[in-house]
Design a protein around this ligand. Structure first.
Ligand SMILES: [Fe+2]
Ligand SMILES: [Fe+2]
Length: 181
């Protein structure tokens, strides 16, 4: 007899009935939910710090080249807010609580809140923050692997956008600061 690849229907139905208060987290969930929530809360803090930094830069951007750059900062700020919302929603699905407490925000965040003085420095700081996010989301995606494919796919989607952000900023930098081109 071939060993069946899937759990039989009867067992599946029985398992789904257990602990229904846990919502989307079924007995088949293979990751450590507590650890996943902890990691996602760090990602949430990172996104919130990125929103604040991009917003600050959006309002502070000045000079003749600044209109296009400011528009880019605003677009990124809104997209980082979207990431924060996605992550918070996933934390809820995993029966956790999203940590939005401003206290300790900068130490939970992977990226930094750097104000920067000039337009070029703002772009550089944002590019550095994006590169930090790219590294940490890549690590997270590898960690979630097959244990939590839903969280992994969400993180991979966000990662792809951070890569676009980094590319946008690198292009802007090349236009404004030819030495970096
Ligand atoms: Fe983001
Ligand atoms: Fe980003």
């Amino acid at each position: 007899m071939d060993k069946p690849f899937l759990t039989d229907i009867k067992t599946l139905r029985k398992r789904a009935r257990q602990h229904i208060e846990r919502g989307a987290v079924t007995p088949g969930y293979r990751a450590d939910a507590k650890k996943v929530i902890e990691i996602l809360n760090e990602a949430l803090a990172t996104e919130i710090v990125c929103v604040l930094r991009y917003k600050r830069h959006y309002f502070m951007a000045q000079g003749i080249h600044s209109q296009a750059v400011a528009a880019e900062f605003l677009e990124h700020a809104n997209e980082e807010q979207g990431h924060a919302d996605q992550i918070a929603a996933r934390i809820i699905q995993l029966q956790g609580t999203p940590n939005m407490n401003p206290e300790g925000l900068t130490s939970r965040s992977h990226s930094e809140y750097k104000e920067a003085g000039t337009l070029v420095d703002m772009i550089k700081e944002n590019l550095i923050a994006e590169r930090i996010a790219i590294e940490s989301y890549s690590e997270m995606a590898r960690y979630f692997g097959e244990k939590d494919p839903t969280t992994r796919r969400m993180i991979e989607g966000i990662l792809a956008m951070e890569e676009e952000h980094a590319e946008d900023l690198a292009s802007l930098l090349a236009t404004l600061d030819p030495s970096k081109g």
